[in-house]
Write a protein that binds this ligand. Structure first.
Ligand code: APR
Length: 256
């Protein structure tokens, strides 16, 4: 991305919004992890380009063929095994340190925001590294390898273990999604970073923020259904764009 006047103008406009923000929330999607090497879901290179989500990421698929579902999640865990947060994740962790109130609401299950140092995180779709019981939902270990031919069972009720992620057709954890709406509705600046903004209820959060008067900022190399509704929409990669915005915010904070 050549650093043109277009980008520096956008960087300064967004930095100014952040400098004056009392409460900020950001919704992240697979795009913020793309520069870490984690495949996104949609688009020609996306995971869903190769697989049909209903065939793998659903309770029906698991009940019909738990071995196949675990083989797919083991493959995704192996993909994520050595990925690290990229400058986009670190920039959001930095903003949490600089700004009075900053929350990361993520659709991602890769755990990279926490690894980058963010503390205020809401994981809407769970975390692929955690396992839980398919029957009683009790959490059963993190980063425990699962043998698809010998799926462990819950020590509490004997149900099979599944990944602790939200599958298609499943409800999100009401505590998490309610907090996400509360932070969005109280935000004066809302960032949408690296998401196609098509999966609800996550995709409703930017509009919830905007309906309460927040300035809506989108960072994505591609346009999305949010683009025309955003106050500022930047065609940029988050790992390249966000660090420059944070530097401007930091310089301003340093000037007191
Ligand atoms: N920086 C910012 N955005 C990027 C980058 C990047 N470097 N690379 C790609 N993107 C954008 C793409 O343009 C796309 O709009 O990230 C977005 C990724 O969209 P999806 O693959 O649809 O991922 P996401 O929006 O997170 O999907 C939402 O759908 O499949 C379910 O549960 C799954 O959480 C996921 C949800």
């Amino acid at each position: 991305m050549a650093h043109t006047s277009y980008y520096s103008c956008m960087e300064n406009q967004i930095a100014e919004l952040l400098q004056n923000s009392r409460r900020c929330a950001v919704l992240t999607g697979a795009g913020i992890s793309a520069e870490s090497g984690v495949p996104t879901f949609r688009g020609e290179e996306g995971l869903w380009g190769k697989f049909r989500p209903e065939e793998l990421a659903s309770m029906d698929a698991f009940m019909a063929n738990p071995k196949m579902v675990w083989e797919w999640y083991n493959w995704r865990r192996q993909l994520m095994g050595d990925v690290k947060p990229n400058p986009g994740h670190h920039a959001l962790a930095d903003l949490e340190q600089i700004m009075p109130s900053f929350w990361v609401i993520t659709q991602n299950v890769d755990g990279l925001h926490k690894m980058a140092g963010s503390g205020n995180i809401l994981e809407l779709h769970g975390n692929i590294h955690r396992n839980k019981c398919v029957k009683c939902n009790q959490l059963c270990g993190e980063d425990v390898d699962i043998d698809p031919d010998n799926i462990p069972t819950c020590t509490h009720c004997g149900g099979q273990l599944r990944p602790d992620v939200v599958w298609f057709g499943e409800m999100l954890d009401p505590v998490v999604i309610n907090r996400a709406f509360a932070e969005s509705e109280q935000a004066d600046v809302f960032l949408s970073v690296g998401t196609s903004a098509v999966v609800h209820p996550a995709a409703s959060l930017p509009m919830a923020a905007r309906s309460e008067g927040a300035k809506l900022v989108e960072i994505n190399p591609e346009p999305t259904p949010l683009t025309d509704l955003a106050d500022i929409s930047v065609r940029a990669k988050s790992g390249e764009f966000l660090p420059r915005v944070v530097e401007i915010v930091r310089e301003h904070a340093g000037r007191g």
